[in-house]
Design a protein around this ligand. Structure first.
Ligand code: FES
Ligand code: FES
Length: 915
């Protein structure tokens, strides 16, 4: 068949290749599959949406997925692999690292190639020209500001190292992230980039045709008979418990008699090639009895609603009361109220779920991105009915997660496939599959009332919240518990009545997502507070200052707040911006400024055992290995933990290698979420370093009996009380020659917390971070289109361990918050169902605010290592209400249901004009 295509010549990275010009084959597939050039990525099912596949063709940046081989005869193609030899980086690669324009790294090769093509043509582009050139390249981590800065650096031939010396070990130094070189050169292998060996088999999933149905029969006979098919697995092939779940195992690995949403796998087809697996998938016949679906959580609570589970559709209920709510409203001079809603949102990590499952003499190994390998290991062991130690999970480099890779996705199927077939099984979900099956942010409907005194003090808040949990529990219960705990914002409120419920529906499960249940109530509270400030004629900044929690206050769940409470400082940090924005806006029509605040837990809290382990081992004079349980999702955990270790040990940052996420070798540090790893694993690293120093002193006393008194370690020297020195390198050599190890282990256990139902009996959370956001927005009153001109995010970070990664988190969170405010929404059913990445509404570089500023408030925290707090999740929590408050300021339209789309605003403006 292939012989019928003419031969074309391609010059790729200066090498000449001859290939048959299959008109159906994309350049991206050829580069990745035939040449092994996996720097170009597929983030959008080759639909031209993401730009992760960008290469340079005949001098122009092109999306390689959009080019067919037959169009490319004699084309000169440069991929990221052709940009440098890996020893000497291209100036753009250096600048991306130096400016912190690299987070997870999945978009980075495409971004760099698009930037190179731009600079080759236009060496001095303006900011607008850069944004125009890169508007086809999505970055879900939100690195846009730093990408522009990196390009401008190269354009101006700047190469100043902003304090990024590798030897520098000061806390706060903006050292280049670990793995950054691999990311900018395209060398980092994500799971879908792992080589396809002769042993590799390909698995495809049979998805249901209905969101709610009984399965009467699954007929695999035709599929199994297809040549090249190795196995077709159904529920009866699951040897152990056919269920998984972060809290309660209620989600089937393979659906047996019922499907509850379109993302329930029914069968797994494993074949010698991907094409055969796809063909066989279509030969699996499923006989359904469709059931009435229910999508709306309120409808799902009706007595005659379809029931997803025998116990009913109610997942959980939390209530939180304080004072006397009726009395609070009686004392109030004004009452503001509203019905708010927030949508389901797709995590939209650019890397879809991908992995490899392997079998080796009774052991199953899974390589796939995840946020807590040990919990996945335990769940897989139960599914396969194997002892835990017979399952190994290796968290692969992760192309973005944002909470969405905390739950099991394809891991259980990879394990099952490898276990049954004893083969190497590969799964790479398409974007369409990922959208269909992956967890989302909880959509919520919230009825709120807020009573205030004339002087601006909040007297009472009541809230009734209903959250759509989707088809399975996932992490819904802790998310909704947290929604409840944070339902009144970072304010002192004497009278409170909050009721929250989570409900099953036939939509994708809702679960962990940056902010973990807090962005939703924050939107409601911050909108009402804005409304109240206007009614009372008090500045929005002042009303927040009046009500802000301070040291000595209690949260609404009665946790006493200590000296690490810095909301007022966050407000102070944006005050001048607010004054300036007001002056600049003046009476310019369509412009407005908005403010919103928030606070968020650092650490799991709510009674969970919050711990982390770390190990540090000296391998040689200049190689120290740090093993941690934290996962680097692009947020910089590896960098920060290496920096903490280097500082504590007094050695160079470059000497520290970090290994993480392998259940066979690396310790357990629980989930990498809840903004917790800087604090939990950071403290564990400090303990490990202490233990290593003790080990060194112990060995030194044996090998160097001349040392006297107290033996201490100072960088690469060992020194005794008399000032006698011995080189650490010499000791390392001697210890290793005797077959011994220089190893330190550390564990950190955070102070015990209590769940919400035990409020007042102890702290609910280890610590909190506080923040204030300011937005300046411009609304086009004809189209309703909003452009965010300025975002300032002031965060109480404790102490910055690495300014560059911290700023990157805050800027990325601001961009994600902007998407939440204006454009992001996942639609689970109906004609507008979200099927591709473009429909997710993720912000592109051309919507980057002209000014995007991360303001770090540093007051050393009493819990975190060197006073640091985590910030990753809180960075998006209060951005949306700051923007919707700015929209109100601009055009007097109060958006109560996100996203604030242009259509919605235009309709509201038209309605207003017609009254
Ligand atoms: S894979 Fe080419 S644009 Fe997404
Ligand atoms: S760094 Fe751009 S998607 Fe992660």
């Amino acid at each position: 068949m292939m012989d019928q295509f003419p031969i074309v010549t391609l010059i790729v990275n200066n090498r000449r290749y001859q290939v048959q010009a299959d008109p159906n084959r994309s350049l991206l597939d050829y580069l990745r599959d035939d040449l092994g050039l996996t720097g170009a990525k597929n983030g959008c099912d080759q639909k031209g949406i993401c730009g992760a596949c960008t290469v340079i063709v005949n001098g122009k940046a092109m999306k390689s997925c959009q080019l067919k081989l037959n169009q490319l005869n004699n084309a000169h193609i440069t991929t990221i692999e052709g940009l440098s030899d890996g020893k000497v980086l291209h100036p753009l690669q250096e600048a991306f690292i130096r400016e912190g324009a690299v987070q997870c790294g999945f978009c980075t090769p495409g971004m760099i190639m698009a930037s190179k093509a731009l600079l080759d043509k236009n060496p001095h582009p303006t900011r607008d020209e850069i944004m125009a050139a890169l508007r086809g390249n999505l970055c879900r981590c939100g690195t846009y500001k730093k990408v522009i800065k990196a390009i401008q650096d190269v354009s101006r031939a700047e190469s100043a190292n902003h304090g990024g010396e590798l030897e520098q070990v000061e806390i706060g130094a903006p050292l280049p992230p670990k793995m950054a070189v691999e990311k900018v050169t395209g060398k980092l292998k994500f799971a879908a980039d792992l080589p396809v060996t002769s042993e590799t088999t390909f698995a495809k999933i049979v998805w249901p045709r209905f969101p709610h149905a009984k399965i009467k029969k699954v007929d695999i006979s035709q599929a199994v008979a297809l040549p090249g098919v190795i196995a077709v697995l159904t529920a009866k092939d699951v040897p152990g418990q056919n269920a998984f779940g972060g809290i309660r195992a209620d989600q089937p690995v393979l659906a047996e008699d019922r499907v509850r949403y379109l993302g329930d796998p029914i069968a797994l087809v494993i074949a010698e090639s991907s094409a055969v697996a796809e063909q066989a998938r279509d030969l699996v016949h499923v006989d359904y009895e469709p059931l009435k679906p229910v999508y709306d959580p309120q409808e799902a609570l009706a007595p005659d609603a379809p029931q997803l589970f025998p116990q009913g559709n109610l997942v959980c209920r939390f209530s939180l009361t304080r004072g006397q709510i009726e009395e609070g409203f009686r004392r109030s001079d004004i009452v503001v109220e509203g019905r708010f809603s927030t949508p389901a949102v797709e995590h939209a990590y650019l890397e879809t779920e991908a992995g490899i499952g392997e079998w080796d003499e009774g052991k199953v190994t899974i390589r796939a991105a995840c946020q807590y390998p040990q919990t996945i290991q335990r769940q897989i062991a139960a599914i396969l009915d194997l002892p835990v130690e017979m399952v190994r999970v290796i968290s692969h480099p992760t192309g973005g997660a944002f909470g969405g890779k905390t739950d099991i996705s394809i891991h259980a199927l990879l394990a099952l496939g490898a276990f049954v077939t004893h083969r190497r099984v590969r799964i790479v979900l398409t974007r369409e599959e990922s959208l269909r099956t992956s967890v989302k942010r909880h959509p919520m409907k919230m009825n709120y009332r807020m009573g205030l005194r004339r002087d601006g003090h909040i007297e009472a808040i009541s809230g009734n919240i209903i959250a759509n949990c989707g088809a399975y529990e996932a992490f819904s219960i802790p998310v909704i518990e947290q929604t409840t705990a944070f339902a009144t914002g970072p304010y002192t409120v004497p009278h409170v009545a909050i009721e929250s419920r989570g409900v099953f529906t036939n939509t994708p499960p809702s679960s962990a997502f940056r902010g973990f249940g807090i962005p939703q109530p924050t939107f409601a509270v911050e909108s009402l507070l804005d409304e109240a400030a206007r009614k009372l004629d008090i500045s929005p900044l002042e009303i927040r200052r009046i009500n802000a929690v301070r040291q000595g206050d209690r949260t609404v769940a009665e946790q006493l707040l200590g000296p690490d409470t810095h909301l007022v400082e966050a407000l102070d940090a944006i005050e001048q911006d607010y004054i300036t924005a007001q002056q600049e806006i003046g009476d310019r029509p369509g412009w407005g400024v908005g403010i919103a605040c928030g606070y968020k837990n650092v650490g799991l809290g709510l009674g969970e055992k919050d711990y982390a382990n770390a190990e540090i081992e000296i391998l040689s004079d200049d190689k120290i290995l740090l093993r941690v349980g934290a996962i680097d999702l692009g947020q910089g955990s590896a960098t920060i933990l290496a920096q903490i270790a280097a500082h504590a040990l007094g050695v160079s940052y470059a000497d520290i290698d970090v290994e993480m996420g392998d259940t066979a070798n690396d310790p357990d540090a629980r989930e990498t979420n809840a903004s917790r790893q800087t604090v939990m694993s950071g403290n564990a690293v400090l303990h490990a370093v202490e233990s290593l120093k003790k080990e060194i002193a112990k060995f030194a006393a044996v090998y160097y009996p001349q040392l006297r008194g107290n033996i201490a370690v100072e960088g690469k020297n060992i020194i005794d009380s008399n000032g006698q020195r011995v080189e650490l390198a010499a000791l390392v050599e001697s210890v290793h020659a005797d077959g011994k190890r220089l190893l330190g282990r550390g564990m950190y256990l955070a102070p015990q917390t209590v769940p919400l139902e035990q409020k007042g009996e102890g702290p609910n959370y280890p610590t909190f971070g506080f923040f204030a956001n300011l937005a300046v927005a411009r609304v086009d009153k004809h189209t309703g289109r909003v452009s965010v001109e300025k975002l300032v995010s002031a965060y109480d970070v404790g102490k910055a361990i690495n300014r560059l990664t911290l700023e990157g988190q805050i800027e990325g969170g601001a961009i994600m918050g902007m998407g939440y405010a204006l454009s992001e929404q996942y639609i689970a059913h109906g004609p507008n169902q979200t099927n591709n990445l473009a429909q997710c509404g993720v912000p592109r570089i051309n919507s980057l605010p002209k000014e995007l500023e991360a303001r770090l408030i540093e007051n050393e925290d009493s819990l975190g290592p060197y006073g640091a707090k985590g910030v990753g999740e809180m960075a998006m929590v209060a951005v949306a209400p700051a923007i919707t408050n700015a929209i109100y300021d601009a055009c007097r339209v109060r958006i109560v249901d996100l996203p604030a789309s242009a259509d919605k605003i235009r309709r509201a403006l038209e309605k207003e004009a017609s009254v």
